[in-house]
Design a protein around this ligand. Sequence first.
Ligand code: GRF
Length: 203
Amino acid sequence: KKIVVLISGQGSTLQALIDACAIGQIPAQIVSVISNKADVFGLERAKSAGISHRVFLRKAFDSNLAMDNAIGDYIDNLGADLIVLAGYMKILTPEFTQRFAGRVVNIHPSLLPKYPGLNTYQRAMEAGDTEHGTTVHFVNEEVDGGAIILQAKVPIFPEDNISDVEQRTREQELRIYPLVVKWFMEDRLKLVGTQAYLDGQLL
Ligand code: GRF
């Protein structure tokens, strides 16, 4: 089975997926890493792991749709089973999310449906929340809006600053993202209509 990972930056969750594939926790191979930014550290991680990688720059295309169609064609040519968004910071077109419906997952650093979008740590702290977390979900045309697969919660303590909460949350991301990808690769995880199922059970 084949995985393609889309990144825009550091690739911290990408690294967790690379490691999980290397030790056989995920029974699949990352066949390519795609970035919409040149020279990001995530691409170095792909290189170090001997994974092929490709950059698609928006400015090389006439439209978002043209770019997403090119990425989609590249992914189809690779024969990828699953597309994993790992810090991919560009919103995918509805045409792309429909083309690969049920085969794209994302990780978002909040307890969705709370705080879709950016600056989630800051927003949680400003709201006085006592817990935060991260969510793995199927991707649909709504940003951070698809069916929820798995969440991990972390506490927010009164003395915390943003980076404390971020670090605590990111630690959980490294744990839950490989687990979800493993489920998918074992054919245990499915999107049926708008809902996610694990082992036939509604999540
Ligand atoms: C993760 O925290 C994830 O929740 C968000 O992007 C981050 C991973 O990207 N979607 P990176 O390691 O900063 O490139």
